[in-house]
Design a protein around this ligand. Structure first.
Ligand code: SF4
Length: 169
């Protein structure tokens, strides 16, 4: 069976970002994978019941792993604590990936949910730091290889190598 990939919905051009903007166009391989029905398009935050548009939220003094262990909080720029909703978002992303037997995820970087290389630093000043959002952290903890939208070539190379290995068995 061909490997499936969980993909942040906002990478697919759907208007689900908190500011309603669309992400970059799909590359050719992603379009092919989509035709082959290998992409599992999912927005963890929408699945968890967060609305669009919604206020920006950042992880305060920690990263996605810390939030999932209740060692850090996620707060909107209004001051509203939304930790529980974002923890639910992470679990729903994992459930979606496991249901479809995804081996990898391609997630929008910078998000407190989908960020895998970068997240905002919790000060709402636009500064980014190295770190993972809640969904990226939980997916990785369960053996799903996570790539950011800046790493599409690496994702493609990883999936193609995996496909070759499976073909040779
Ligand atoms: S970054 Fe993730 S949670 Fe945020 S809008 Fe995109 S898919 Fe949804």
């Amino acid at each position: 069976m061909q490997s499936k990939i969980l993909v942040s919905a906002c990478l697919m051009g759907f208007k689900v970002r908190y500011n309603g903007s669309e992400k970059a166009a799909l590359q050719e391989t992603l379009a092919r994978w989509e035709q082959e029905k290998r992409l599992v398009v999912h927005c963890p935050e929408l699945a968890a019941g967060l609305v669009t548009p919604r206020p920006p939220a950042e992880i305060i003094a920690g990263n996605g792993n810390d939030v999932m262990q209740d060692k850090a909080r996620i707060v909107e720029n209004t001051g509203q604590d939304v930790t529980a909703q974002y923890q639910l978002a992470a679990w729903l992303a994992l459930a979606a990936a496991q249901k479809e037997k995804c081996c990898a995820a391609l997630l929008t970087d910078g998000s407190p949910t989908c960020g895998s290389q970068l997240i905002y630093d919790g000060t709402f000043t636009g500064r980014q730091i190295n770190g993972k959002g809640v969904a990226a952290a939980l997916l990785e903890a369960h053996g799903i290889k996570v790539f950011s939208h800046q790493q599409i070539p690496q994702l493609i190379a990883w999936i193609e190598a995996r496909d070759r290995d499976e073909d040779s068995v």
